[in-house]
Design a protein around this ligand. Structure first.
Ligand code: NAD
Ligand code: MG
Length: 386
């Protein structure tokens, strides 16, 4: 019998966390949940803890009501979960920059990080690579596009290229984007979009922050940077194409011109499962079945950069390097929280991010304290921006 691999589920109560619980339920002979964490939502965490009976439970921000005595609290609970000796795989499904230190700690401890928290790689790309080298840990992406790229490039990972999972013989990465809820909207209508419009994603059910990111295409900017950090492919060889059906999850073009795509019904179950089982594939009948006829036709369209300026801002920040990606990420998080709270219009998101980049892109970025300072400065600037 294969020994069961211990999993720490960070962000257990979120959209990806719940998907991961569904996947784990189908593979009790392969995996066991050793640690569970969440930010708030004590009731959902308690329900998950009752089901999985994990060795450790962490609630980062308790609401003041009574907690089981064994539960850990505060941000350090994430690090404790990651370092638990029975944890082999850390599924990082925390939203935002708050996930970075857990990613670093897991890699330093030599563990696999099944990474949904793309913000980790955008804020701390260089540090994540250093931590992986120092500790021998590995990152396997959960983001559907990057899971697709990894699946297409299977057998061509490794070597002395840049990146966490350097690819051999690859000429171009083509990331697909659904285009979000505003794909067909005119530029002026997008500028006046309301919160409910932004949260109504046509093909994916996700948490609120990534839903807004998908509406502005900030999410695709984060994903271009994520692809660069993961696979070491230069920015001028990473492209984005709009694909409204979200069936082709991304494509890899090889040196001989051949292009492989990975297809499937939009569901995060397969990317989560693959990040746990990589490089193997596990038998699983729960992942939705793909029907090519029912999914037809598949369309591809260019990105409308005039209507979605946040994508260009983010990719330019990635190319610039240094503190710029960290500033882009933090400014975007702060702008999205203002939009969610009703104190910033949708049209204000790219403007505030641009202002933060103008002021802070040259901030020092040599180590974690410097990057966290750049992150904090960008958040302050966006909070006070009028
Ligand atoms: P979500 O808001 O539904 O869930 C976030 C989880 O993180 C919750 O369990 C929450 O308690 C926890 N959390 C929030 N703030 C925290 C903090 N400061 N410290 C510790 N824990 C905290 O978000 P989601 O949609 O599940 O997304 C999670 C991550 O996965 C994001 O990075 C997102 O970009 C990425 N992702 C999500 C999807 C998707 O389909 N939802 C797809 C691809 C990538
Ligand atoms: Mg994605």
């Amino acid at each position: 019998m294969t020994p069961r691999r211990g999993v720490a589920l960070l962000g257990a109560t979120g959209s990806i966390g719940e998907t991961a619980q569904r996947v784990l339920r189908r593979h009790p002979d392969r995996f066991r949940a050793v640690a569970l964490t969440a930010n708030g939502n004590q009731a959902a965490l308690a329900a998950a803890a009752a089901e999985w009976a994990p060795a450790m439970v962490g609630l980062v921000t308790p609401d003041g009501s009574a907690l089981p005595a064994s539960w850990r609290t505060g941000a350090a609970a994430l690090l404790e979960a990651v370092r638990h000796p029975d944890v082999e795989i850390v599924l990082n499904a925390v939203v935002g920059a708050a996930g970075l230190e857990a990613t670093l700690a897991a890699l330093v401890a030599g563990k696999r990080v099944a990474l949904a928290n793309k913000e980790s790689l955008v804020l701390g790309g260089v540090l994540v690579q250093r931590a992986a080298r120092a500790g021998g840990g590995e990152v396997v992406p959960v983001d559907s596009e990057h899971s697709a790229l990894l699946q297409c490039a299977a057998g061509r990972v490794g070597g002395d290229g840049e990146g966490l999972l350097p690819l051999r013989g690859v000429r171009r990465l083509i990331l697909t984007a659904s285009g979000g809820p505003f794909r067909t909207w005119g530029t002026e209508r997008i500028r006046g979009a309301q919160l409910a419009d932004a949260l109504a994603h046509p093909t994916w059910q996700m948490g609120r922050k990534i839903s807004v990111d998908s509406a502005s295409l900030a999410n695709k900017a984060l994903e271009v940077i994520e692809a660069h950090v993961l696979f070491g492919v230069p920015y001028d060889r990473i492209e984005v194409v709009v694909h409204p059906q979200s069936i082709v999850h991304s494509m890899v073009e090889f040196d001989d011109g051949s292009v492989l795509a990975q297809l499937g019904v939009p569901s995060m179950e397969l990317p989560v499962l693959y990040a746990l089982s990589y490089p193997d594939r596990l038998e699983d009948s729960g992942v939705p079945i793909f029907d090519p006829v029912a999914s037809s036709p598949l369309e591809f369209q260019p990105v409308r950069h005039d209507a979605f300026p946040t994508l260009g801002l983010g990719v330019a920040a990635g190319r610039r390097g240094g503190a710029a990606p960290a500033v882009f990420n933090a400014a975007n998080e702060a702008a999205v929280s203002r939009f969610l709270a009703g104190s910033l219009e949708f049209r204000g998101i790219p403007g505030t991010i641009g202002a933060a980049l103008d002021a802070l892109a040259d901030h020092p970025a040599d180590d974690l304290p410097a990057l966290l300072a750049a992150d904090a400065a960008a958040r302050t600037l966006v909070k006070e921006y009028r």
